[in-house]
Design a protein around this ligand. Sequence first.
Ligand SMILES: Nc1nc2c(ncn2[C@@H]2O[C@H](COP(=O)(O)OP(=O)(O)O)[C@@H](O)[C@H]2O)c(=O)[nH]1
Ligand SMILES: [Mg+2]
Ligand SMILES: [Zn+2]
Length: 302
Amino acid sequence: MKDQSRHRRRLTLEGIVLSRYSSFYYVQSGNKTWECRLRGKHRLKKTDVIAGDKVEFTKVNENQGVIEKIKPRTTELYRPTVANVTQLLVVVSLKTPCPNWTLLDRLLVLGAYSNLKLIIAFNKADLADDDSVFLAKEYEKLGYKIVFTSVKEKKGIDELQYLLDNEITVLAGLSGVGKSSLINALEPELSLKTGEVSSKVEIGKHTTRYVQLLPLSGGGLVADTPGFSQLHLPMELKRQELRFLFPEIAKLQQDCRFSSCLHRQEPGCKVRENVEAGLLPKWRYDNYLEFLEEIIAQERKY
Ligand SMILES: Nc1nc2c(ncn2[C@@H]2O[C@H](COP(=O)(O)OP(=O)(O)O)[C@@H](O)[C@H]2O)c(=O)[nH]1
Ligand SMILES: [Mg+2]
Ligand SMILES: [Zn+2]
């Protein structure tokens, strides 16, 4: 009798999983982080719950709880493994390291394919030269949300903050572009390690295991892992789908003579016409063709 009434008074809360360590899950709810375990051995498996999951948990004491239920996910990313991600923030440095435009386009394609909102932060604006700023601005014309930032001169940080509010954001970009510095500028208490500049893309097996979502004061969460660790295009991506992942190409789709136009050598291709007339950036089109060949080669293999 006594037990039952205690059971009835048990408080159920809702929260979001920030990280897992061994069999503990750190769940953010009501401005604090709860250390939770999973209910019973048979109902939920350890790997059923991932960072970003929205969960219901019952309170055990002021700091601990038991996860009872996972809510349906809106999105599910692998590498890094995060649920309910809403947007991808690609960080590009305008100098040291110099922008890699093909890598940027690849990341934008991957993000669009995962149905994520896309933001490009052009960082180290304090070091930028006119050429790279010019190219960066082209991305705005193409329809992307861009923001120029400088951690050094504290520029663009407020704007970035605003864009991350109430979103679950994963970061992507070369090592040394300033991802950790930007997160620190947004949330100084986090004091992430920064410093290394190299030309490597941050890839690593460990990134899949220890995903950690960092809470921002504006209610947003960011994955401290460098977003997409896999840079080859998804196996499932079909050659006919790629054209819809480049906004400027997608826009012209109906204007080509053939609705199936892949914008290579087809007659009456408006995309190629626009590129030749200088109305669309050539490097984007070249990257489109490069990715297209990659997909076609991939299709042939299987
Ligand atoms: N001049 C300048 N340097 C920056 C800026 N942002 C970051 N850095 C420097 O770039 C280096 C790499 O930064 P870090 O945040 O570790 O890059 P991450 O590898 O992408 O996380 C560090 O030495 C930073 O101090 C910036 O806006 N301007
Ligand atoms: Mg870093
Ligand atoms: Zn075409």
